[in-house]
Design a protein around this ligand. Sequence first.
Ligand code: 9MR
Length: 380
Amino acid sequence: MNRYKKQIVTVFALGLLLSGCNNTPNQDISTFKDAFAGKFLVGAAINVGQIAGQEPKAIEIVKKQFNSVVAENCMKMENIHPEEEVFIWEEADAFVDFAEKNNMHIVGHTLVWHSQAAPWIFVDDSGEDVSREELIERMKNHIQTIVGRYKGRIDGWDVVNEAIENDGSWRESKWYQIIGPEYVELAFQFAQEADPEAELYYNDFGVSGRSKCDGIYHLVKNLQEKNVKVDGIGLQGHLNFDIPKISEMETSIEKLSSLGVDLMVTEVDMTILPWPSDEVTAEVSLNYELSKEFNPYSGGLPDSVYQQVMDRYTGFFEMFLKHHEKISRVTFWGVHDGNSWRNDWPIEGRTDFPLLFDRNYRMKEGVEDILEMAENWETK
Ligand code: 9MR
């Protein structure tokens, strides 16, 4: 359990003790962070416009509802370290300042990823791949400069993102091709050296798939056997309308928790739009053309579909509550439907409804049932 969660649990337990009402649900609680207090943190990814004050209503939601934040894009390599000698700190600094000012748990995302890596990192002046030693040195400098800058301020880092393929094998990223599988343990070691107190996570999508879950299990087990510090696994929750089954994610939670690390359900959203290909994935490089067939709800969502989304969301949260002792945090990937990446991937310009706050910054109808379920969980 991380230091922030311990604090929250203590405050919550104290509150219950003082009120002398262990079994009586508090009817006044109506926010995510209060309803799930004592179970897990609830967070959201925020973007640079929101941090810069361009969307005050979204920020109001964040402050009122959540106790953890992650930066959606500004800490990714191509943004924060676009050239070897250039680090751009303004946006990341503003993100950390915002979170600290509002006393929130802070997640840094993400240090080593195949996507949005700055192109310079893998090549020399003539455009050839750098040597293994050189890439290790560059990765070390990247990780330690960033983690070092925020030492003691960022609670946990997504150190390595998406290193495993759906079939459980290694992703053939440039990191893997040039350094070999040891790049993962080296990344964790470099991060630990830079901030020994920060929690260090491995984060991936599609974790409900059996082969992928097994691949991640073995990756983390191998790190543990080598005494590499890894505190948690992020199971990205990029859900679809029909997959994965709740029970499939539950099986993964059970399996991965047997490693004795914290689990986080990260990047939660649920697309309801038709998928334009046979392969269902969160691979960000995909891109298809916009057409009416693939954008059926631009005029609004029919009630029956809306209800199915809420039922499915409720089912997932019920499962998260059941396993709350294994889960330290659940984080939404965005604040409201209007600014979700889902509207633009893998087809740009669609209208999706993936989050629990609508385009008008209103909490969606039915969310209060999820909060009530959380408040009453102990009494079930
Ligand atoms: O939400 C992010 C979007 O704005 C970016 O364009 C995209 C491109 O890299 O990344 C999105 O976030 C990704 C996250 O960092 C890692 N897991 C998958 C997320 C959705 O693609």
